[in-house]
Design a protein. Structure first.
Length: 500
């Protein structure tokens, strides 16, 4: 016989689709001169959602597939064609699944109703094409915009079964036997503790044909609320029930007493959740047929002495003694129990599902005069920057300035002429002298080099100190190959350069 796998907690990796990059293109058509920019926008990346379905009752499918990614948006194209939008990804989960951010521990969704749909990670917006940047001052923009990045999240899915009635008690108290005779459930039944290792669900039919869901919660022993045994893993399922049925073995074959066993489970429920102990309960003494009337009366008297107002029911699931009366009582008490709220867990409001900000960057000084810059937004921009086109390069430098890269480099001690590496590109550092004069302070080595150079010159055409320093800086650049020389521009200079 094939065993049904049950899994009620799993952590998966979720990634939304990244937005497509905008295009740099030009309108080319016969008899139309200077058609202008026609680069289209990139497509939006696909978002990732979770939806509650009644088709599943376990998270076992996520045991074998732990990474989910939506489609990326397509790149923009010429003729103002927009990129294809990424298809959204909808992940089906059982009703009663709680979604938690594995990195922060925050609960952000409680899928407690059928069809409830929650956003996990939003797709990135597509970047704008160069047609979007055309203005009266700059009619031929040679640059576009990258798409927003994807959002990556580690999500813990925790299943809390939605049941009307929860059966609790020590191992071998008769929970599996009871659910097997009042419903069509077929749990494993044997005469030894911990026969049931996973929760079992059964449906008990009402006289009108409707039904109630009963959950058999296994493995409750002393210390279960602190993680002892299996009970801690399954106590979460009791939180969803409207009525708790506490089964106590009247014969107490485990060496304890029925009253002691009852108190033990009550303490574990209280230790796990103060609200849980306030839930409506029924006390049921099982295995009634194993005791004579006098022995059963003694057990009931012990309970009445300790809890005078506690109602006690006795049954035998095997011989079905008092079973019909118990089922009627169960339905009556369930009608009195308060209806569960639509959302039992209060999610924490967070923007982690919609926050695409990757503007953070890191600068590392790899050696004397060399700095390595890395960051998500910087990498996205450099990927679409054409270093051979001045407009495109100037746009990239404006992005670096807006992010504060130049300011951070000066703060870390970068001087004019130092090497700045970003991915596979190398730049000479030339910040705006008016904003960062400290980067232009000539060090002793450069001063000594300048003096030695001047001493070697023919006295007929000596350079002044300012011309000499500029000449040395140019010489130094020529000695070190560069793909491009980066120069920080102020806002007015940058706009004028873009317009030329």
């Amino acid at each position: 016989m094939m065993m049904t796998l049950f899994l009620d907690e799993v952590t998966v990796k979720i990634e939304s689709g990244a937005g497509g990059n905008g295009a740099v293109a030009w309108h080319r058509e016969k008899f139309i001169a200077f058609g202008g920019p026609s680069g289209g926008d990139g497509g939006r990346g696909g978002s990732v959602y979770a939806i509650a379905t009644e088709d599943l009752n376990t998270l076992v499918d996520f045991r074998f597939i732990s990474f989910f990614k939506a489609d990326d948006g397509g790149k923009g194209a010429s003729k103002n064609c927009h990129g294809r939008g990424g298809q959204e990804l909808v992940i089906k989960v059982p009703v009663g699944t709680v979604l938690k951010d594995a990195d922060t521990g925050e609960i952000f969704a409680d899928l407690s109703t059928i069809g409830q749909k929650e956003l996990i990670a939003q797709g990135g917006r597509g970047g704008r094409g160069n047609a979007r940047f055309s203005t009266a001052k700059n009619k031929a923009p040679y640059f576009s915009e990258p798409g927003e990045p994807s959002i990556v999240r580690n999500v813990t899915m925790e299943l809390k079964l939605l049941a009307d009635v929860g059966l609790v008690g020590l191992p071998n108290a008769g929970k599996s036997t009871l659910i097997s005779v009042v419903s069509a459930a077929k749990p494993k039944i044997a005469n030894y503790p911990f026969t049931t290792l996973i929760p079992n669900l059964g449906v008990m039919r009402k006289p009108n044909g409707d039904g109630i869901v009963i959950a058999d919660i296994p493995g409750l022993i002393e210390g279960a609320s602190q993680g002892v045994g299996l009970g801690h893993d399954f106590l979460r399922h009791v939180e969803r029930t409207r009525l708790i049925v506490h089964l106590v073995d009247a014969t107490a074959t485990d060496g304890g007493t029925p009253l002691g066993n009852y108190n033990l489970i009550q303490q574990e429920l209280k230790a796990y959740s103060a609200e849980l102990i306030k839930r409506p309960q029924l006390l049921v003494l099982t295995k009634q047929d194993a005791l004579d009337e006098a022995e059963l009366a003694d057990v009931i008297a012990t309970f009445n002495k300790a809890y005078p107002n506690l109602k006690i029911y006795t049954i035998s699931a095997v011989s079905k003694l008092n079973l019909d009366a118990f089922k009627r009582t169960l339905l009556e008490e369930l009608e009195k129990a308060p209806k569960p709220e639509a959302v039992i867990v209060n999610p924490t409001l967070s923007d982690r599902a919609t926050n695409h900000d990757d503007s953070a960057f890191q600068i590392t000084k790899t050696s004397a005069g060399t700095f390595f810059v890395e960051g998500g937004k910087i990498h996205r921009w450099i990927e679409i920057t054409d270093m051979g086109v001045p407009q495109s390069l100037m746009r990239f430098l404006m992005v670096l300035k807006a992010l504060g890269v130049f300011r951070k480099l000066v703060k870390m001690g970068a001087k004019v002429g130092d090497t700045i590496e970003i991915r596979d590109q190398a730049f000479d550092f030339e910040p705006d002298e008016r904003e960062h004069p400290e980067a232009y302070q000539t060090d002793k080595a450069l001063a000594d080099e300048a003096q030695a150079y001047q001493d070697d010159l023919d006295g007929d055409w000596l350079l002044d100190s300012e011309e000499l320093e500029e000449s040395l800086m140019e010489t130094r650049r020529l000695l070190v190959p560069r793909s491009v020389v980066a120069k920080e521009l102020d806002t007015d200079e940058a706009l004028d350069a873009l317009a030329d």
